[in-house]
Design a protein around this ligand. Sequence first.
Ligand SMILES: C[S@@+](CC[C@H](N)C(=O)[O-])C[C@H]1O[C@@H](n2cnc3c(N)ncnc32)[C@H](O)[C@@H]1O
Length: 298
Amino acid sequence: MLHSPVLLEESIDYLITNTSGKYIDATFGRGGHSKKILESISKDGRLLAIDKDLEAIRFAQKNFKEKNFSIKHAGFENLDMLCPSEEADGILFDFGLCSTHYDDSSRGFSFNEAGPLDMRIDTTQSKKLEDLFQDIDAQTLANIIFKYGEEKEARKISGAIIDSYKRGKILNTLDLAEIIKKTKTQSPKKIHPATKTFQALRIFLNDEINNLEIGLRKSKDLIKTGGRVVCISFHSLEDRSVKQTFAPKKISYPKEIPLNNRVIKDFKIVAKKIRPSIDELQRNKRSRSAIMRVFEKI
Ligand SMILES: C[S@@+](CC[C@H](N)C(=O)[O-])C[C@H]1O[C@@H](n2cnc3c(N)ncnc32)[C@H](O)[C@@H]1O
């Protein structure tokens, strides 16, 4: 099944301020947002899309033939290598994974089907989940599961994973999910017991929060005055980083310097905490945790 783009109409309405402008889709995925951007800009407008996942690049090369569209295999943490400063009219970030990542068990993100212990978004990266398990200790693993999954039973789960892995009992993602399920005492009804741990492992392995912060900081330089950055987050860690990156910066001087403290505000908030409509929530379960924020360079 194809990925359903989240907050599609709303995000593109906010993003496009000039139909002949230059736009960047920093997370192409299966191109749901890119398609809408191309429909909304004129022939003089341009769209550069990037993605870290080679499957997304292959999909774009096969299905997106428009002359004003280009796609690059890159991480948004390297955005500055792809676009000169102050050139973009709008940049869109739709963080996380596509549903296609979970549907293809061979990528190692699924807890419902057996897949390899992989979880790399960029398959040209060398370190897989299996490599992480080989050299990590229980305390470090517990910290990762707690920090990136906000999983209360992190310590217990980490101990069980390390122990089972050493005994050769975790050979694929389904084994891993079963160990977590058996270990947890509090099992939430709405989500699979392994959801938070899988999320944490994926975020850590792909260095997602760090990359997101670098990508957002770089996007601030690439945007023209009056241009917008649209961010769609799926969990609180992502949303917190988005808010902090665009918050006004306070500059405080030491007492001996006779200058007043200053606040530097280079972006204004155009929209905050936009959530999917009831209609979208009914159509697409994955949209339930989405939250969108929009910033404009001043
Ligand atoms: C939620 S999906 C985007 C879906 C897309 N908007 C659509 O409508 O099809 C997020 C995408 O971001 C990509 N991604 C994750 N981390 C990335 C990074 N650091 N740089 C570039 N792409 C990244 C993933 O591979 C995935 O395809």
